[in-house]
Design a protein. Structure first.
Length: 87
């Protein structure tokens, strides 16, 4: 999504000013299972939540994706240091 912390902070600030959501994997938020999770939370079906983390692993998840093995700095990214795992 960005290559520096300053760029990421700028995106976060812009999203907050515009009142929109900023997600690192926008396709995921549209999946029916996650839409249903949102509904359950909004309906209060899960009680009062203070923190929620979800995840899914398909094989090796993001750590060993082929796209992350290239020589250029935009494809060879350590997922542990990117938006999927930290702010």
């Amino acid at each position: 999504m960005t290559t520096t912390v300053d760029e990421a902070d700028d995106l976060i600030e812009r999203a907050q000013r515009k009142g929109v959501k900023l997600v690192s994997c926008p396709g995921q938020m549209l999946r029916p299972v996650f839409q249903r999770c949102r509904e359950l939370i909004q309906e209060g079906a899960l009680g009062h939540l203070t923190w929620a983390v979800t995840g899914a692993a398909f094989g090796t998840y993001h750590e060993r994706e082929r796209v992350r093995t290239g020589d250029d700095p935009l494809s060879n990214i350590n997922p542990a240091r990117t938006g999927a795992y930290r702010r």
